[in-house]
Design a protein. Sequence first.
Length: 86
Amino acid sequence: MAEKIIPVVRAEDEEAEEEELVDPQTQLREQCHEKPEMQAMWAKYQECNNRVNSRSNTAETCEEELVDYVHVLDKCVNKDLFKRLK
């Protein structure tokens, strides 16, 4: 009797390949990251990060550099992101 109550779900076509979903934001972030101005900001953040990690006791953080980088990266991404969404 339990067999009649519980529905059974089967794949429509197991052999059919499913389309690989790709996040357009990830693609755009990679493209924007390659731009020279973004590379310069990333290098500035990495320089700060290396400086902070080389010290055992410091109050310095790289929060400002990271926020600046992400802000500009997101601005670049947002120009084309909504055009690619379905």
